[in-house]
Design a binder for this molecule. Sequence first.
Ligand SMILES: Cc1cc2nc3c(=O)[nH]c(=O)nc-3n(C[C@H](O)[C@H](O)[C@H](O)COP(=O)(O)O)c2cc1C
Length: 211
Amino acid sequence: MTMLLHITVSPRGELSHSRRAGQAAVLRLLAQHSALTLIERDLGRNPVAHPDARFVEASLMPPDQRSDAQCAALALSDELIDELDAADFVLLSTPMHNFMVPSVLKAWLDHVVRPRRTFRITPMGKIGLLRNRPVRVLMTCGGAMGGEPTGQVDFATPYLRYVFATIGITDLQVLPLENFNRGPVAQAVAQVRFDAWLEALTWNRPCCEMR
Ligand SMILES: Cc1cc2nc3c(=O)[nH]c(=O)nc-3n(C[C@H](O)[C@H](O)[C@H](O)COP(=O)(O)O)c2cc1C
């Protein structure tokens, strides 16, 4: 079975630009690959909880020493990791929030990036335990990135690269779709950029114009 995992992050439901872009990308991939199974993880509609004290304690406990209660505290984390690990291709549709990923996506990462499960700690540093696979990120932004005098710093792209690499996934590319809050002309420019990206999107080939 070939799996596509689509993670949506925006809280804005059907009004969301990133969700709409992600849905178009899903349709294109489904059209290319008839035997594809789609898994939708909608963090905007169904946010995952931030890790609590029970989660932290259980995740640091060696697996063979965990109590039933500690195993239960990791149940959601296990489910999210299994879902990610089953995916052959991950599409992540997210807005930028305060120069970073939205907090609900950070919470998802806190469940997924877990010692002894998705990475292990060695004297050489952390080593990822998941197999590599393509992760394509569509990130909508209200403003523009880089360039003076109004450009902003994008902390999300280097962060996503680093955190996914920590668990073994290095094939990650981000398409920033800028200026969504700067009026219809700026939105049309972002749409043209997205359409070109979509046209080039294939299951096997890396997409152009990504970071
Ligand atoms: C809490 C919050 C923080 C935001 N921070 C930024 C930001 O740092 N940079 C930016 O360009 N846009 C920012 N925006 C605007 C969104 O990124 C932009 O409207 C985006 O298109 C929303 O995507 P969506 O329609 O999928 O929700 C922010 C929006 C919200 C609600």
